[in-house]
Design a protein around this ligand. Structure first.
Ligand code: PMP
Length: 303
C-alpha cells in the first residue's frame, strides 16, 4: 500500500515501515545459483503478515466495513494475529483472535501484550479448527468485522503491491525462481502474480508440509486442509513437499552456519530453495523468510 493512502487514514509512522525488507544472500549448494532471502521479520510486527494485515485494515476502513464500534475478528496461526493486534492498538480498533491452542506461547503473549483478546481452539484440529470457530462467532455481525484472511483479496493484493514489486526491483528483474511456503497463500498468490506479470519465465515454487502430520507453523497441507478461497493451485509451477525433520535441520543450520535466526516455515522454505538450487543449472532464487526464530524459543524447535 502506498504511504499516501496511509497518511490519509492518519496511520502512525510505524505502519509506513511495513515492507521494504532486506534481501540477503544465503549459502548455495550450487555455485551457478544465487539464493537470496527476503527477511520478513524486519517488519515492525516481526513477520510477513504485517503486509496483509495492514492492507486488510486499510481496505475495511476505506469501505466502511470496519468502524470503531466493531471488533475485528479472525482465525490465525499467530503472525497475522500479532499484526492485527499491533495495528488495532495503533489505530484504536479492538481485535479478537481465534487460534489453535498449540500456537507458540510467544505468539499468544505478544498478541495479548498488544491488547488483543484470544479464543483458543482444539490443537488437534489445527488452523481449520480455528476457522470453523471464527465462522461461528462472526455470525454476530453487529459486533464483529470478520477479516477472513483466507478469503480476503486484500491479503494477496498486499503482496502484489509490495512483496512482488520489491523483489523485482531488488533483483533488478533478474529473479528466476520464487520460493514461498503457503498458509493463506497470500504471499505466493500476490508476489507470484506480480513476478509472472513482469516476466512469465519466473518459476514459482510453492512449499507445503509433506503431509497432514507434518506440522510447520504457518503452513498448510492443502490436500487435507480447508482450502483458502484466495488460493489458486494452478499459479505455481511446482510444489515442493518438506517434512518437519528437514525444516528443523535447515532452521538449525541457517542459525549456526549463516547467522540467520529464522522460524520453522523459513527453514522449510530454505530447504526447498536449496533443493531447487541443486536441480537447476543457473539462476537467482528468492526465498521468503516469513519470521524470525525468537517466536519459537519455547517450542520443541529449540529444546
Ligand atoms: N510462515 C509463517 C510463520 C506464517 O505465519 C505464515 C502465515 N500463515 C506463512 C508462512 C504463510 O504465509 P501466507 O499466509 O501468505 O501464505
Amino acid at each position: 500500500m502506498e504511504l499516501q493512502t496511509l497518511e490519509r487514514i492518519e496511520c502512525p509512522l510505524l505502519l509506513a515501515r511495513v515492507g521494504n525488507t532486506p534481501l540477503v544472500p544465503l549459502q548455495s549448494p550450487n555455485q551457478a545459483v544465487q539464493i537470496l532471502g527476503k527477511v520478513e521479520w524486519f517488519n515492525p510486527g516481526g513477520s510477513v503478515k504485517d503486509r496483509a494485515a495492514r492492507a486488510i485494515f486499510e481496505t475495511a476502513i476505506a469501505e466502511g466495513k470496519l468502524t470503531h464500534d466493531k471488533t475485528l475478528i479472525d482465525a490465525t496461526s499467530g503472525n497475522t494475529g500479532i499484526a492485527y493486534a499491533m495495528i488495532g492498538a495503533a489505530l484504536g480498533y479492538r481485535v479478537e483472535l481465534v487460534m489453535p491452542a498449540n500456537v507458540s506461547a510467544e505468539r499468544k503473549k505478544i498478541a495479548r501484550a498488544y491488547g488483543a483478546t484470544i479464543t483458543l481452539t482444539d490443537p488437534l484440529e489445527g488452523s481449520d479448527g480455528a476457522i470453523i470457530k471464527v465462522r461461528e462467532l462472526a455470525l454476530d455481525r453487529a459486533r464483529y468485522y470478520y477479516a477472513d484472511q483466507y478469503n480476503n483479496d486484500a491479503n494477496w493484493r498486499a503482496h502484489y503491491e509490495t512483496t512482488g514489486k520489491e523483489i523485482w526491483q531488488q533483483t533488478r528483474g533478474r529473479i528466476t525462481h520464487l520460493v514461498a511456503g503457503v498458509g493463506t497463500s497470500g504471499t505466493m498468490m500476490g508476489a507470484g502474480r506480480r513476478l509472472k506479470e513482469n516476466n512469465p519465465a519466473v518459476q514459482l515454487v510453492e512449499v507445503q508440509p509433506a503431509d497432514e502430520l507434518q506440522v510447520i507453523e504457518g503452513l498448510k497441507h492443502m490436500p487435507s486442509a480447508i482450502v483458502p478461497g484466495i488460493y489458486d493451485s494452478n499459479l505455481a509451477d511446482r510444489q515442493v513437499a518438506i517434512d518437519t525433520d528437514a525444516a528443523y535441520r535447515e532452521t538449525h543450520r541457517a542459525a549456526r552456519e549463516e547467522g540467520l535466526f529464522v522460524g520453522l516455515s523459513a527453514g522449510a522454505a530454505i530447504a526447498a530453495a536449496r533443493q531447487v538450487a541443486r536441480e537447476i543449472e543457473q539462476g537467482i532464487i528468492v526465498v521468503i523468510l516469513p519470521d524470525g526464530g525468537d517466536r519459537y524459543l519455547s517450542t520443541a524447535l529449540w529444546s
